[in-house]
Ligand binder design. Sequence first.
Ligand code: C5P
Length: 219
Amino acid sequence: FSDGPLKGRHALVTSGPTHEPIDPVRYIANRSSGTQGTAIAAALRDLGARVTFVTGPADTSPPAGIDVVQVETAQQMLNAVTAALPADVAVMAAAVADWRVENAGDRKMKKDGSATAPALTFAENPDILATVSKAATRPKLVVGFAAETDDVIANATAKRLRKGCDWIVANDVSPGTGIMGGTENAVTLITDTGAEDWPRLTKTETARRLADRIARHLT
Ligand code: C5P
């Protein structure tokens, strides 16, 4: 590991979407590309941290020099995250599906010639961020994300309290911002002392700023 302010520290980062199967060939997913989470893992590595990177099926390849755990579903992500604790800091940037298909099939669903469309029923997925925030082995610093389209700061501030994390990185992912899947981000960092708007930066620069902030907090 490089010599930096996070040398000797363990950082856990989640990233990417989750895929929730409908049957063996179909799934429900979301538009997360994994770009921001990947950049955060690389920035923490560059400050000397040992990084465990738990990623769903993302568009970006994971950075070199870190421990990568590839998962598909939210339940697999929770298991991988729990297995990776303890950590000094957890940054949960994954876009975890809120729901999984409860009646997912073991076999491919077929059109059977009848006019009735199949009905999916859903079960709630575990909240990984809330689980880590309440864990007996809770990292000293737990950072969540909030992708919102309306009332970004109010929703993210409420989310910070509800989930029990220390910081929330909030961003506006409304269509037209180009943020979801794009290379830039404009975030507001919400802590116990208030909300701080950061300028529109590349996701790499946003990640470096966040990693610096984490290093200052832990040292
Ligand atoms: O509730 P919402 O999905 O908006 O919260 C976003 C934050 O919670 C992100 O940090 C995300 O990684 C995390 N999350 C999670 N597990 C879930 C849902 C969200 O860790 N099931």
